[in-house]
Design a protein around this ligand. Structure first.
Ligand SMILES: O=C(O)CCC(=O)C(=O)O
Ligand SMILES: [Fe+2]
Length: 326
């Protein structure tokens, strides 16, 4: 009785403006803390943990020097036609699969969450699992005989265990093995690399209009330009150092199908300056196009190469991994 009376007195004596004076800063701190701690790199791996023989065999010292001095290197036939066919078939299975996102996704893919004026491709996140194969087999209704279970994750972090198949897994592994292979050949343009487990699988539906506007993969805007909240939210983008892309299309994809990656490389590639404040006309070399031929791998310095994806008249698949550096 006494206790109830005391409690009622305390509540009566608390002024609403005092509550607000406490609650508003607390809510702001919570929002900023969420922005600060949210990261795709939380479970990124050290490069050595991603060592993969096919990646190490693919990367030669001249590729690394080209990446350092020109900012970009294009390697054709990084994977075989059989692997590409298999990977596309794995994607089809994944699209057919009844899934928790069926309502929100088009055939297993969803809009990226970026501004739809900037890009109109559809994406899925594919991740190497940290679930063991044994554990996976008890959870999943179909498990590949080779290759571990992958977790597909949408932008709201809803996760779904979905065995995507060995050729898609191989494609992810070869991409994630690249940073270690670069380091083995003495790559020096960035250091302290970390390799995210998740890769972006992007699909352009082939409607002749979906494209991705010119952009830089590394965010170089200052806290003054963005505001503290956005700046904190974009911490992952600031850490991006190397972009690795593998095209999963047919190896003989005709040029007329479009979907080229148009690249503008900064003239001052060898300096520490990032693309911010670069003058579009004078500070970039004339653009060149990379055809999204199946098996072609593109590696570039995320802070030095502006790029855009041209419209594609046929379906176009690209698997991308952004390597972080600190
Ligand atoms: O698909 C491509 O060729 C490039 C994709 C891209 O630029 C991105 O996702 O940031
Ligand atoms: Fe990009």
């Amino acid at each position: 009785m006494w206790f109830r009376h005391q409690t009622a007195c305390i509540f009566r004596s608390v002024k609403p403006d005092a509550v607000l004076a406490f609650a508003i800063p607390a809510a702001c701190m919570a929002v900023l803390a969420e922005a600060f701690f949210r990261t795709e790199y939380a479970d990124a791996d050290a490069t050595a943990a991603c060592e993969f023989d096919a990646s190490s065999n693919l990367i030669k010292p001249h590729h690394v020097r080209e990446l350092e001095t020109k900012g970009i290197v294009v390697i054709e036939n990084a994977v075989t036609a059989t692997t590409l066919r298999g990977a596309r078939s794995n994607i089809r299975d994944f699209q057919k699969e009844g899934s928790i996102w069926t309502n929100t996704r088009v055939g297993g893919f969803a809009p990226s969450g970026n501004d739809p004026d900037v890009r109109q491709d559809l994406i899925a996140w594919v991740r190497s699992s940290n679930v063991s194969d044994d554990e996976a087999s008890t959870r999943s209704h179909h498990v590949e005989t080779q290759g571990s279970l992958l977790i597909v994750q949408d932008k709201n972090n809803r996760q779904e265990n979905s065995p995507l198949g060995k050729d898609l897994l191989y494609s992810i592994q070869i991409l994630r093995g690249i940073p270690f292979a670069l380091e083995q050949c003495g790559y020096s343009a960035s250091k302290n690399h970390r390799v995210p487990r998740q890769c972006q699988l992007a699909m352009y539906p082939g409607n002749g209009s979906a494209s991705y506007e010119r952009h830089l993969d590394q965010c170089d805007a200052s806290v003054y330009d963005l505001g503290i909240l956005e700046w904190l939210r974009l911490s992952d983008y600031r850490e991006r150092a190397i972009t690795t892309i593998l095209y999963l299309n047919e190896p003989n994809r005709p040029e007329s199908h479009g979907g080229a990656l148009r690249c503008w490389v900064a003239r001052d590639i060898d300096t520490k300056r990032d693309n911010k404040n670069r003058n579009e006309k004078d500070d970039f070399r004339p653009p060149f196009d990379v055809k999204p031929t199946g098996g072609t791998m593109v590696i570039f310095q995320s802070g030095k190469v502006d790029h855009k994806v041209l419209p594609s008249t046929e379906e176009r698949f690209a698997l991308t991994n952004w390597v972080a550096s600190s």
